[in-house]
Design a protein. Structure first.
Length: 345
């Protein structure tokens, strides 16, 4: 019988370090590699958390000087650029990551040195700073990270793997506490940065999303641009006329990581129905984590992890959450917002 996510995690004791849990749970053939990659990720997250906490003091708020943006990418903030460098320096230094695909780079970056050594190499995909429009108001932001085996060491097409090939994923949440929520295929575990120790300690072992929640998370100023099915769904759950006879509450931080983290813990559904969020480095890592926690990730019609990416910065509608809520939402049929005028706020 195949192991289920979260099985074999009896040793996941609160207070453990990330390295200790990873060493117990990760597949033997890649435990050493994962230890090195996750050590680098932890260092990068600590640096980004530190930079965020000093952004107002160090003049790191606002847009980057040459913030060009493109049809595929939004205009970058100063901290988007800095966080991207922090991530790339950390991952390059592992010697294990041969390809890095980031929201902040037009193309994937090849690391030749990782291809020259013998042994496994990996593709890292990441959004270094998600929710960056919130930075200047000190509202929670996050980092999203996914890891794949590399089949074609350093070849940019290696970044176009479907989410069902993810071998590990994580997000960092920069909020009242800095958290790192991870999965290497043995369930989902949440670590909190203990600033007195400078280390991430296990505070949320084996996170399971509730089967159903009572919270929906969406930018509902867009209500009049939504399709009929999505309007009906939201109208129903607001009034307690959905499958759950309770009235739902709304929460929307407008930081995908923060909205997803709350949904993991409390249940319900976090969504962006327009084609805005990115498949490769946002939807796939979070979709992997959602499923590892017993939840679902959908574009409104299909399982996110089964979508074959066609280009690096591909966007899509995204619905993440409790299985009963996502299945109910999908049953309304017409939930993807096709009309997307490109909102400036
Ligand atoms: O404008 P919308 O449709 O509410 O989208 C907001 C979403 O965009 C994001 O800010 C992602 O965009 P960035 O990756 O460019 O920061 C999410 O964090 C948030 O959930």
């Amino acid at each position: 019988m195949q192991a289920q996510p979260g099985e074999g995690v009896l040793q996941a004791r609160k207070g453990s370090t990330l390295a200790a849990l990873l060493a117990q749970q990760a597949p033997t053939e890649r435990v050493e590699d994962l230890l090195i990659v996750f050590a680098a990720l932890q260092t990068a997250v600590k640096k980004i958390a530190h930079l965020l906490s000093r952004a107002g003091i160090e003049d790191l708020f606002g847009e980057a000087e040459a913030a060009a943006g493109s049809a595929d990418r939004d205009k970058a903030k100063k901290l988007d650029i800095v966080a991207n460098e922090v991530m790339k320096i950390a991952l390059e230094g592992t010697g294990r990551v041969s390809l890095m695909a980031s929201e902040e780079d037009d193309d994937p970056v090849t690391v030749q040195s990782a291809c020259q050594r013998s042994g496994n190499s990996y593709v890292a995909v990441f959004d270094p700073l998600d929710g960056s429009r919130n930075i200047d108001a000190s509202i929670p932001t996050g980092t999203i990270f996914g890891l794949y085996n590399s089949d074609k060491c350093g070849d940019p097409s290696d970044a176009l793997q479907p989410g069902n090939k993810v071998i590990a994923a994580a997000f960092a949440l920069y909020s009242s506490a800095t958290m790192l929520v991870v999965s290497w295929g043995s369930g989902v575990h949440g670590f909190t940065l203990d600033t007195t120790l400078g280390d991430f300690v296990l505070t949320h072992p084996n996170i399971k999303i509730p089967h159903r929640g009572q919270i929906y998370s969406v930018n509902d100023a867009r209500y009049f641009d939504w399709p009929e099915g999505l309007r009906r769904y939201i109208d129903d759950i607001r009034q307690g006329k959905g499958q759950n006879p309770k009235q739902y509450s709304a929460r929307y931080i407008c930081s995908l990581v923060a909205d997803f983290h709350r949904t993991l813990l409390y249940g319900g559904v976090a969504m962006n129905p327009r084609s805005h969020l990115r498949l490769i480095y946002e939807a796939n890592p979070l979709g992997f984590l959602a499923e590892q926690a017993g939840g679902m990730a959908s574009d409104g019609k299909r399982r996110i992890l089964d979508i074959q990416p066609e280009k690096l910065h591909q966007r899509l509608p995204l619905f993440l959450g409790s299985p009963d809520d996502i299945m109910e939402l999908e049953s309304y049929g017409d939930v993807q917002q096709i009309h997307n005028p490109g909102y400036t706020v």
